[in-house]
Write a new protein. Sequence first.
Length: 541
Amino acid sequence: MPKKPVLFHVEPNGENCSDTPRLSAPTQPLSPQHTPAESVSSRYIVTLGAQVFRLLLSLATAAIVPRALGPAVYGNYSFILSTSAAMRGVLDTGAQQAFFTFSSQERASGPLTRLYALVLGAQLAVVVTVIGVAAATGTTGWLWHEQRLDQIVLVTAVDWLMFLAISLQQLGDSKGLTAYLQLSGAAVAALTLIGLVLLQLGGALDFYSFVWLNMAGVGLTCVVQGHRLLVKNRALLWSGTVKIRVYAERWWRFTKPLIFLQLYLPVVAYLGVYLIQTWYGSEQQGFYALALQWSTLAMVFTNSGVWIFWREVAHHSAGGDLQHAARTYERFSRLFVFLALALAFWLSASSTILVQIVAGARFRAAGSVLAIMAFYPVSQTMNQLAAASLKATERTATYAYWTVLFSIPDLVLTYVLLAPASAPVPGFHMGAIGMAMKTALYGLVVALAYDWLNCRFLGILYARALGRRAVGLFAIGATAVVLIGAGVPWLQRSGMGPFTALMLSSLGYAAAILLMVWLWPGLAGLSRAQIVHGVRSLRRT
């Protein structure tokens, strides 16, 4: 039997010891059956390639689904999906993050995987019970404002299958097994898009066919990836006796500071979409949902690397190597924030034309919402990396304290920006635009604070890091204003159509960003030698 792993011991370093744990790597006997972890660079390249491919598929989907469903139906779908995510968040109590962190620290973690599967089963049972009780008592409107029961059940099922697929991906990432999962997920996404196109051409694309297609696609992903991880890599990821007490102690130590947060944050996140649905209706919900979905497409680079980043920080900090963790944090942060800024400025500058071309005239009002929400990927990129670093080093108490503190202005802003003049306490009645302002702009303030906490802990000079970002922001912003903000109207006045003008300006913008990286590679956290090496590697492939 393997020995009980040492959880962590604290070493003073001049700061509050409770906030700076040094994790001792859990001892696990290695087996010849264990699949060796893939390198960080290969994992990121495969993940990025798969995510870019899926981004292209998502752009095609974004051109089909909103047009077919319309703002109201699209808004209802997004609202039910958000409600299900909020319920999952309340029930999670830090289990997902603890599972990924512990799995990253250990080489073989079959007992942990089996225990987490039981936890997910229990959470799903609670959700089914809540829906059943609400249906039996006629109170579904309390959570799902003006939504049909059958649609609630179907979209909730889709949400849980999506979450299961994400959990399987994280399980593979925790062991450095990424390539197959990313490629298989991309292949299934392509099949789903083919099904979507066939439904559209056949005139059969509506709420129900869209939901069933999503369910089939995500279900197939879960089957394929579950077989790869839990059957082919059974010795690494599934075999072993469940050790409830051992992992319950580790979970409690990890998540104790997060218990209140896990119950509280989903409610804070849900409040905004609930108030939009209640005060403004499904159409405004659809505008906000479209802007949110399109803005998150700009996070393709961050989503490709965040779990790889989390695994590396958790793995090396567990061995006491904070210098390596600091280099990982700085490298990922500088590159991803630069890329997020480049995509965000492009999306904001082209938002009005883009929405009308892709989603159609019925979503015209979503253009101004998207112009603001386009900057959400910048704050979200910084937030994801900062939160991952805090949790990977098990500084959950620090994360919980600051998150609760920042949530108070978040709640106030949500109400003030959304409340109509007729509300008991009148607000600005800004609808989806107000929600976008709160999400993107206030989120950036919070992200900067988390970034400071991590830089302080890891010994990174924050003023220097902030200065680099400021230079990048002004350089990218000025390029976007000139080439897209002014360039597109100028080309249109010259006789070009909106689509042609936008594409030509976008090509110029992309070329300018590439030139910027080549001339000043430090803005993106790179060196010219690394760029040359990367180009040569692409030529060899």
